[in-house]
Ligand binder design. Structure first.
Ligand code: GLP
Length: 241
């Protein structure tokens, strides 16, 4: 695991954006795995700037998002579909046909999940996966548990995640209790992974992750210790607490 401790959120975001830029410049048809949440917002902002001011070309890339709430319309302002359009897709020259986000309203969710993993494979697999981390160590919506899913699946959210994500909703009752999420196996198949974390509320999870010499499903991010190309980018607050 490579570690970069950046001064602040801005520096963390810029470093991650530059790594994405390098990847796209090396391979214009790169396949990106994308995350939602507050953590990557600054990175997306910087990617938009790189597109507008430095001509970074998104026209040939393909993207797969990690997760989506179940039961929420694509147009819902808290859906991850909406987030991606709002934070990135609407502002760069990406071909929307090449953007994929799990469908939280799929008629047959189990079948959809299978097809999602299949599609990733058919496209050649994810070249670079961006991850945030939950305060409880979850990645995507793979919550700490006795067992973790290998492939994309429907998952129950923990009380702590529902509470953490309620800041985006009018009330905690509106936060969906289930989501569709790439599994640990879907994530681990990516050729390269960048995990970002900022702020004091991530310090405990980051401390646990960085000191871990054992993997445990109780800290889903620890599974990343098995991957050969993971870069962790944190700001000083997430590093020092
Ligand atoms: C969310 C998402 C994750 C994200 C994490 C942290 O619930 N499912 O993909 O990485 O929790 O979110 P944030 O970046 O808002 O702190």
């Amino acid at each position: 695991m490579k570690l970069f401790v950046e001064k602040d959120y801005d520096a963390m975001s810029k470093l991650a954006a530059n790594m994405v830029k390098d990847e796209i410049e090396k391979n214009p048809s790169t396949i990106l795995g994308l995350a939602t949440g507050s953590t990557p917002e600054g990175m997306y902002k910087e990617l938009i700037r790189l597109y507008k001011e430095e001509g970074l070309d998104f026209s040939k890339i393909t993207t797969f998002n990690l997760d989506e709430y179940v039961g929420i319309d694509e147009e819902h302002p808290n859906s991850y579909h909406y987030f991606m359009k709002n934070q990135l897709f609407d502002h760069v020259n990406i071909d929307m046909k090449n953007t994929f986000v799990p469908d939280g309203k799929a008629e047959n969710p189990e079948e959809f999940c299978k097809q999602y993993d299949k599609l990733i494979e058919e496209k050649g697999g994810i070249d670079l996966q961006i991850l945030g981390i939950g305060a409880n160590g979850h990645i995507a919506f793979n919550e700490p548990d006795e067992e973790l899913n290998v492939g994309t699946s429907i998952v129950n959210l923990t009380e702590s995640t529902i509470e953490a994500n309620s800041r985006f909703f009018d009330s905690i009752d509106e936060v969906p209790k289930t989501a569709m999420s790439m599994g640990i196996g879907s994530i681990m198949k990516a050729k390269k992974i960048i995990l970002m974390a900022n702020g004091k509320n991530k310090a405990e999870a980051i401390k646990e992750l960085l000191k871990a010499d054992k993997i445990t499903t109780k800290l889903p991010a620890s599974l990343l210790l098995l991957h050969h190309d993971v870069t962790v980018i944190v700001d000083e607050e997430a590093y020092n607490g």
